[in-house]
Design a binder for this molecule. Sequence first.
Ligand code: ZN
Length: 309
Amino acid sequence: MESVICDLCGDNHTKKLWTTSDRWTKTGQRFDIVRCLECGLVFVNPRPDKNEIERFYPEEYSPYHRSKKIRWFLKKNFQLAREVNILRKFLPEKAKILEIGAGGGEDLAFLRDRGKWLTEGTDLSPYAKETAQKEFRLNLTLGQLEEISFPNESFDLVRNKYVLEHVHSPKSMIGETYRILKPGGTLIVFVPGHLYLWGENDMLAHHVRRYKNRAHLSRVLQKNGFHVERCSWWNIFLFLPIATIILLIKLKDRIFHRGKHEPGDHIYELPRLLNRFLKRVLVLENKILAKGFDSPVGVSLFAVARKKP
Ligand SMILES: [Zn+2]
């Protein structure tokens, strides 16, 4: 375990918010969730170091596998199709895309097949690499982005979707991204937002931080030279129901002092009808966001940033 300073602002004054255990490995080990008193970033501290973190991502970790159950946020081809349409406006065929933390490769294969772009992906997990190879004929590069050393100015687009909340230093990852993007190249980032939404979901997915607001996310990008073209909340309409569910689960856990959930548990599996309804909501929301409307609330944050031409 290692103690760390705030990755966003460098301050070392924090307040402990609560203590929790890991839902996957069930070692009984406890982790403190703290908030930076200077900038408000919420993160796990002390945390497993780079060597220890591997055992928290076992073979069963769900993003390494192709999703088969009804999980509305994983069955997202309709969202990817929209993303492809948006990207086509500025990415020519054969443009080079890199996805960081590509997992089992579902998204990347979709972008390759629909968008006709040249795709590369990275991940830390040999299991993810194996799935991506077997299911989608994708050859992921294994390792931390900073250690892989892609040549300067290699990519037209880097996609960083729900990765920053897992990594040891978002600052160095974003800096490295800037280096490997071509001049004028684009970075797309998604992260979970709101510190009070920290819950079961984060523990199951092994997050080590959440971002408080748009300024938080913009700051880590601007500090590394990016021009932030757009930064908005995402999952707008589901914010209230999701926030309510997370807060109720937290309340229940606090009252009964339990954490008896199995990996990949109930929170992601939904009845088919509800699933269909949620999909409709997201389709509508994506349409609105695609028109350029930035939402002031949501469950996640996303940003589109550009390297100087
Ligand atoms: Zn800070």
